[in-house]
Design a protein around this ligand. Structure first.
Ligand code: M6R
Length: 608
């Protein structure tokens, strides 16, 4: 949520490099974009509401060259998405410029205090207090001033600050919101995420909570919260830039949907060894799995829906009581947690603040925590006792797809690993369960072959303004994910219900032409699902079913049918979500919407 880029180097390329970096971070927010550099001893500032291209266009006529600067792409929290609320924010004396990701929770108290001192505020943001406060507390030393500012501000932040008196330095600080430092030869970078700087360097420092860093072209000085200099490890980023480009696809979302067979395959080869055993390296060496009497799975959005699939694995394969909670609710539900609780946190980005706060709570209660995340070095991956990475590759599109399927597969493998290690399943049973997972890449590939058909179905629904998604049991969970996909990128208001629940109220909304998407992969429920379809069709619904070819009862009563192969009771849902991703994608395409950057959303949600 909000993207930050900063550059200091031995050339005058700050504007070019920052704009390029921002273009890789737009998925974090696209309400406005702005840049501040030091040019001829003064701060040059340009900021525009709307997408980055507005800023790029407004800079075209202006030849601005500088060796140091900061840039920002915004997801609005405090104040409308206007030019005046766009970052960077400057101090009244024009000496300080600030970019910020996070929320300064005590901003109004600080603002009142600064107004009394004569400061004039030019925006409605929380961030502007940081620029004014930095100027107010300025001692002539950037590090010292940053620590003074940190003492006064509360909340979450990744901050990048330049001062006109230091045309060769950036001072930054982090608490909760992510910030990385890129190390190049005679050039250094700051960014919210790796793609912003990967074109220039693979050597990265992950700043930790409470740390402050002074960035200069030939040196980086990092201090911990006690002002001691820390020697930070430099991590080499192994993945390539083409993972962060569209590679000929019209949208990242389609590319990412189509990458699913490959990414599932990658996950399997990473975690299943040549002898056919699940192997997470040393990750679980220090964990006594016998002590757990319950599992909690905590996540938000699509990751939460993946967690709902995981619940079925841990209950069926491990026989363990399993609860799945939305992270933002979990903390306030007085959860029963102790050292016998195993809590699994799912997060593509590894930065979702709701999930991070739930993780901190679980740790404070003595629970063992496992993070399943897709981003190396992300905050959640570093806070949890154990981290298992999904190997989905970089996911850029705001609508999560390949992260979901790899999260489900990873949970399946963890569930099998745990059951085998605790002797709840035999070698033979393990291999039987694994036979199902091996089939997934090919079966997902077969669904992708139906994309033209799904695009044609989407032509029948893209003008609708609402609809329902139905399923029973594990299919109900898939339906929930399908509905979220449709809502977030096509803006069609859809709701998912257990198919049997519809008659208890929502069926009142079914009328001639209402779109109803049904998921049916569970053999034990096919007749009941077919009855539920008949109930809505009798009231005029237009029914699209995602089902197996053996579910004749469902096929016979549906208007449109998308067939998925049988992949076992637990894993067929990994297949049935794929047509739902494609249906949402093509619906948004036919509506002419910006698929990868749906309105009001951001890829990484770092506010509560
Ligand atoms: O990075 P995370 O997996 O923690 O993100 C959680 C949700 O914000 C995310 O899944 C969101 O719901 C997506 N836009 C769904 O496509």
């Amino acid at each position: 949520m909000c993207g930050i880029v900063g550059y200091v180097g031995n050339d005058e390329k700050a504007v070019e490099i920052i704009l390029d970096g921002l273009s890789k971070l737009e998925y974090r927010g696209y309400d406005s974009a702005g840049i501040a550099v030091v040019e001829n001893g003064e701060i040059f500032l340009e900021k525009k509401s709307g997408k980055l291209e507005n800023l790029v266009n407004s800079l075209k006529e202006k030849d601005v060259f500088s060796n140091v600067g900061i840039g920002h792409t915004r997801w609005a929290t405090h104040g409308n998405p206007t030019d005046r609320n766009a970052h960077p924010h400057c101090s009244n004396d024009g000496k300080v410029a600030v970019v910020h990701n996070g929320i300064i929770e005590n901003y109004s108290v600080l603002k009142d205090e600064l107004i009394k001192k004569g400061y004039i505020f030019n925006s409605d943001t929380d961030t502007e207090v940081v620029s004014q406060l930095f100027s107010e507390l300025y001692t002539g030393d950037l590090i010292e001033t940053m620590f003074k500012v940190k003492e006064r501000i509360r909340g979450s932040y990744a901050l990048g600050i330049i001062h006109k008196d230091y045309p060769n330095k950036i001072i930054c600080a982090r608490k909760e919101s992510p910030l990385i430092i890129g190390i190049g030869e005679n050039k250094k970078f700051i960014a919210s995420d790796v793609p912003a700087i990967l074109k220039y360097t693979r050597d990265v420092i992950f700043l930790d909570n409470g740390e402050v860093a002074l960035i200069e072209e030939d040196k980086v000085t990092v201090l911990d919260k006690n002002k001691n200099i820390v020697n930070k490890e430099i991590t080499k980023i192994e993945w390539d830039m083409d993972q962060a480009t569209k590679n000929g696809y019209p949208h990242f979302m389609l590319k990412e949907i189509e990458e699913q067979p490959q990414m599932i395959e990658k996950t399997l080869s990473a975690y299943i060894d040549v002898e056919g055993h699940i192997n997470f390296g040393k990750a679980f060496d220090n964990i006594d799995f016998n002590k757990f009497n319950e599992i909690h799975i905590i996540a938000c959005g699509t990751a939460y829906h993946a967690g709902l699939q995981g619940e079925f694995f841990f209950k069926k394969i491990n026989g363990l009581r399993t609860n799945v909670d939305i992270a933002s609710e979990f903390r306030y539900n007085d959860p029963f947690l102790d050292e016998k609780s195993l809590v699994i946190f799912l997060s593509q980005s590894g930065e979702t603040l709701d999930t991070l706060m739930a993780l901190k709570l679980a740790k404070s209660k003595g629970a063992t925590t496992i993070a399943i995340t897709n981003v190396l070095g992300s905050t959640i991956s570093r806070e949890a006792d154990v981290v298992i990475y999904t190997l989905a590759g970089v996911e850029i599109s705001v609508a999560s797809t390949k992260a979901y399927t790899t999260q489900v597969v990873t949970m399946y493998l963890i569930s099998l690993y745990l059951a085998y290690r605790n002797k709840k399943i035999t070698e033979e049973e393990l291999q039987k369960y694994l036979d199902d997972v091996y089939k997934l890449p090919e079966n997902v590939g077969n669904i992708l072959l139906q994309k033209e058909k799904i695009s044609n179905i989407a032509k029948n629904i893209y003008k609708k303004d609402r609809g329902f998604y139905l399923g029973r049991g594990i299919d109900d969970k898939t339906a929930k994910e399908g509905s979220l996909k449709m809502k977030e990128i096509s803006y069609i208001h859809t709701e998912a219900f257990p198919a049997g629940e519809l008659k208890h109220g929502p069926i009142a909304l079914i009328e001639e032409g209402t779109m109803v998407v049904v998921v049916s992969t569970q053999d034990s429920m096919v007749e009941k699902v077919a009855s539920n379809i008949k109930e809505v069709r009798a009231r005029g619904a237009y029914v699209i079913s995602v089902t197996k070819e053996t579910h004749k009862e469902v096929i016979d009563v549906s208007d449109e049918v998308i067939i998925v192969n049988n992949n076992g009771m637990l894993l067929t849902p990994v297949l049935s979500v794929v047509p739902l991703q494609l249906l949402a994608y093509y619906t948004a395409v036919h509506k002419g919407l910006d698929v990868d950057k749906p309105r009001n959303l951001a890829k990484s949600v770092t506010v509560e």
